[in-house]
Design a binder for this molecule. Sequence first.
Ligand SMILES: Cc1cc2nc3c(=O)[nH]c(=O)nc-3n(C[C@H](O)[C@H](O)[C@H](O)COP(=O)(O)OP(=O)(O)OC[C@H]3O[C@@H](n4cnc5c(N)ncnc54)[C@H](O)[C@@H]3O)c2cc1C
Ligand SMILES: Cc1cc2nc3c(=O)[nH]c(=O)nc-3n(C[C@H](O)[C@H](O)[C@H](O)COP(=O)(O)O)c2cc1C
Length: 569
Amino acid sequence: MLTDQKLQSLKNIILESSKDELIWMSGYLAGVSEKNITSSAPPVANEIALPTEKLTITVLYGTETGNSKKIASKLASVLKGKQHKVTLKGLDQYNADNLKKESLAFIVISTHGDGEPPAAAKKFYDVLHTKQHDLSNLKYAVLALGDSSYPLFCKAGEDVDAKLKAFGATQVLPLEKSDLDIYAVSDAWINNVINNLPTAANALLPKPQNRQAKNGKRFYKGVVKTHINLNDKGSLKETFHIEIGTDEAIYYLPGDALGIVPPNVDEDVSEIINLLGAKKHQKIDYKDETLTLFDLLKTKLNILYMPLRIVEKYAKLIQSELPAVRLDLKNILALYPFNKDVSLEDFIAILEPITPRLYSISSSPYAHGNNEIHITVARNTFSVNDKTKYGFCSSHFAGLNDGDEVTFYINSNERFHLPDTNKDIIMIGPGTGIAPFRSFIAHRDDEGAPGKNWLFFGDQHFATDFLYQSELLAWFDTGSLTRINTAFSRDQKEKLYVQHRMQQQAKDLFKWIDSGAYVYICGCKNTMAKDVEETLINIISEEGKLDRKEAEDYLSRLEEEGRYAKDVY
Ligand SMILES: Cc1cc2nc3c(=O)[nH]c(=O)nc-3n(C[C@H](O)[C@H](O)[C@H](O)COP(=O)(O)OP(=O)(O)OC[C@H]3O[C@@H](n4cnc5c(N)ncnc54)[C@H](O)[C@@H]3O)c2cc1C
Ligand SMILES: Cc1cc2nc3c(=O)[nH]c(=O)nc-3n(C[C@H](O)[C@H](O)[C@H](O)COP(=O)(O)O)c2cc1C
């Protein structure tokens, strides 16, 4: 296609370029070729001239683990480099009512939970969904970040894009969705944004790109080397310390999480195949693979606690009435039998992939080497009709034995990494929240980091639930752990939690924070993290002599500076 001379020039450029430059170039070329393709479409062609005027642009991001912020910041800096007037803001700091005053906005937003916006974008998302807005003056584009292993891929970005459109805003670019290999899509998107900046009068809508999202996950295969219950006899809990060894080196940093798509239980899969009247070795095409029905149901599709949207789809498929109740697939099929007139393929098509589960990594590549990785898994327990039941993935981990295989990937968490070695850190991690902090302390211990380390840990009972007790106390003895405060909630009449210990240490805590310490919280999102944050605000207010609003602003500033980070679930 290219002349020899052109091909040689291209090869020379490629040879001299770094990986990052190659990724940037691929995005740039995608943008250029998109522009050329679009320019052959007559109505739009004349409008694709780069604007000479300086535009006022708002770049917004909604993030949980930092990816969206990174991309939005990159876009903002490229736009600033082109002399446009740019405001960059996190959606937690942005009032959605202000959108009507904007002329041009670019939004990067990820999806979390089960198709939900990141916690920091929830208020913005809710205001968009509960109020009417006239956005006829707004031109915009949305980049949605997600992971195609989740059933609702990029749902929050889709919702925001749809709402802006419904309120009369004009798309400058079609909604773009990015899988985990964020740079492949985001660099091209940034180029598209630059190439398609509207003039004040025109908004351009290039043809949608049918980009096939690539997952971008790198899976590692490992083997369980150690599997121990950290809770002693008599504890109400089971928390497993699991070490997984690999032949190939694993690339991760303290603060990252291990991701896994847990396999379904053989008996459940066989029961479902019986209820379907199907054959386990029957071959099924699924995405870009062909698998036996058994393997498909075991390793790819969710068959537990079916979401109501699937119950509704199944009711439609078998043309029957089903109550809006979440049940396992085997129970649904037993109660509301599969209709033989429906094809197996149509049935498979309504099912969703198994949702990946994440576990904060509790090892350090420095201290433990690159060929092993540790996690700290609490067996999830709940009750249904007074019967005790166990979570799917945590039970899978609980039931593993030495030598069992585990396939996993690394989910990096940019916002939860260690700062420079000389910085002080405060870690608040009760229960399994200790996991990343075991990694942090081991890492700093190994590298002899001069920064001070203060840990708040809590659980139910000192005698049975002091996870990693001997290691933590050994680090305290050698000075790698500068301070440790524990709260065992059920060892006395009054419940005692980490936030109470923090309050008791208010003076010193504030001194550390005000002198530049980094604050990390890990563990339970709904109760612990909220109470701890509230306590931090109180401490900042009391010790810093600030009113509540000023104390909240102080904490927000810490967060903005990357000095206050949460890994909560
Ligand atoms: C960034 C991150 C880090 C994490 N780190 C850790 C960690 O270090 N250690 C750790 O232990 N966990 C961690 N988690 C949590 C972990 O990912 C899982 O969410 C947890 O183990 C529960 O998963 P599960 O599959 O065992 O439970 P699931 O089967 O997903 O069940 C979860 C809940 O769903 C409900 N439920 C499920 N089935 C039914 C049913 N049939 N009927 C009624 N209700 C039902 C129950 O309320 C149950 O408690 C982390 C999560 C995130 C996002
Ligand atoms: C707990 C959790 C739940 C997630 N749920 C979804 C989901 O429902 N749909 C999706 O497309 N991606 C989901 N993701 C993937 C994230 O959107 C993806 O990792 C993204 O790059 C994160 O960007 P951020 O760092 O800006 O938050 C989930 C990730 C986590 C950790």
